[in-house]
Design a protein around this ligand. Structure first.
Ligand code: UD1
Ligand code: CA
Length: 452
């Protein structure tokens, strides 16, 4: 049966106390609403319509390949669905309604849920879960025979109802042809003065329709985020899941409690991740690496057999066999070639470092094209900026840069050239030449005698 999805994301998220729309807060490094969209797509949804309102422009900018509907005033979840009515005039199959603040939903769960609905003759099915702490959720009230009776919101619940642990997960399957007619009958005579989407279920029931209540096996997957405390809890659940997946695929994670790996990160077999490590964005790491302790990688491409610890690297590439750290900062546009050794307070920006080169301590390398087998002495600096523009430095294969060298760009040090320690190089150095660019040493005799 055809499956279309409607995602509710117009609410202010008052309880988050945030300038950012709630659904853009991140879990596992990805905006909550993107998780929900991805789960729907993975479950076979053919299109996604997102109801936006609060912070609409920002949500629009962040989310791609969906259709948007504006809910001008946020009068409740029922009202939010109604505002999307025109988007579904020709719909015939199932409309899956999801909340933008339930980021742990999985495609697997949604597949099972929609399949159960399709196999039934229910006009609607609601997803439920047994929460150890049901505070804040709508409670599922069942008849004595176990069939669905109604949903009572926390604020409208009596003491007895509040004790119920089975909650509304905020996901629904609706027969497209029956949803909107019933929705128009929803009233706002409740504690919050809102048009509640769950009330549609009772309206359909009263009209003689069958309503299903499908309970999720893992309540964690239905966690709704209304506050920062819940955001942290969801993030924790997510991190553990990601870590477990990676470990199942053959990655060693020494301390999962202090390892933070974003949703889209890929890591190869037999790589070891040491504690206090953050691997973020679209990072990929190869096989047999040792990463951490204390690494932050953001949008990095890392090869095989790389060793890295105590460093921060972003938007850069590290090739096979590199030894990196401690205290390296790799900045955007950098490629570190195979078997390079780099560490002990080194910063590299927008540069490529050739195979087997060594940058072992205290260097700043910016806007540089460095060949293979170069040895860069301690304290070398590329002077790439004259206050107005940036210039490039070129260093040929097997060049030797003495300690405390300044390379004033634009400048080229050709293959095999040597630079004497303490030089400030302002002119190109030809192949295999030795450049000395420093004041000659003068020794003054009997200096101490004269002073006396
Ligand atoms: C809702 C359910 C509750 C359920 C819980 C699951 C209702 C009335 N209550 O409560 O039964 O247990 O989700 O997490 O539906 N939204 C709009 N427009 C609005 C109001 C809300 O788009 O006018 C969106 C919000 O952005 C959010 C979602 O709908 O993504 C749910 O709204 P929220 O206020 O978080 O509802 P809950 O109180 O959590
Ligand atoms: Ca919510």
């Amino acid at each position: 049966m055809s499956l279309e999805t409607l995602i509710l994301a117009a609410g202010k998220g008052t309880r988050m106390k945030s300038k950012l729309p709630k659904v853009l807060h991140k879990v596992g490094g990805k905006p909550m609403i993107q998780h929900v969209i991805d789960a729907a797509r993975g479950a076979g949804s053919s299109r996604e319509v997102v109801v936006i309102g609060s912070g609409a422009e920002l949500v629009k900018k962040t989310i791609q390949n969906v259709e948007f509907v504006l809910q001008e005033e946020q009068l409740g979840t029922g009202h939010a669905v109604l505002s999307a009515k025109e988007k579904f005039t020709d719909s015939e199959g199932t409309i899956l309604i999801l909340c933008g603040d339930t980021p742990l939903l999985t495609s697997n769960l949604l597949k099972k849920f929609t399949a159960a609905h399709d196999a039934s003759n229910c006009a609607a099915t609601v997803l439920t879960a047994k929460m150890p702490d049901a505070t804040g959720y709508g409670r599922i009230i069942r008849n004595t025979d176990g069939t669905f009776k109604k949903i009572v919101e926390e604020k409208d619940a009596n003491e007895f109802e509040k004790k119920i642990q089975e909650v509304n997960a905020g996901c629904y399957c609706f027969d497209a042809k029956k949803l909107f007619g019933a929705l128009e009958k929803v009233k706002n005579d409740n504690a919050q003065g809102e048009y509640y989407l769950p009330d549609v279920l009772t309206i359909l029931l009263d009209a003689g329709e069958k309503i299903g209540a499908f309970r999720a096996d893992y309540a964690d997957e239905t966690l709704g985020i209304n506050s920062r405390v819940q955001l942290a809890a969801a993030d924790r659940v997510f991190r553990m899941k990601k870590n477990n997946e990676l470990m199942d695929e053959g990655v060693t994670i020494v301390d999962p409690n202090t390892t933070f790996i974003d949703v889209d990160v890929e890591i190869g077999q037999d790589t070891i991740i040491y504690p206090n490590t953050y691997i973020e964005g679209n990072t990929t790491i190869g096989e047999d690496c040792a990463i951490g302790p204390n690494i932050r990688f953001v949008n990095m491409k890392v090869g095989n057999k790389v060793t890295a610890h105590f460093s921060y690297c972003h938007e850069a590439e590290i090739c096979d066999g590199v030894t990196l750290g401690p205290y390296v900062h790799l900045r955007p546009g950098t490629t570190i070639g195979e078997n390079v050794k780099i560490g002990n307070f080194v910063e590299v920006k927008n540069s490529s470092i050739g195979e087997g080169s060594k940058l072992p301590h205290l260097q700043y390398i910016g806007d540089t094209d460095m060949g293979n087998g170069v040895n860069v002495g301690c304290g070398t600096v590329t002077c790439n900026y004259d206050g107005k523009s940036k210039y490039r430095t070129t260093i040929g294969d097997n060049a030797f840069i003495g300690c405390n060298t300044n390379l004033v760009a634009p400048v080229k040090v050709d293959d095999g050239a040597y630079i004497a320690a303490g030089s400030t190089i302002t002119k190109d150095v030809p192949k295999d030449n030795l450049a000395i660019a420093r004041a000659r040493q003068t020794n003054i005799e009997v200096w101490n005698d004269k002073r006396k």
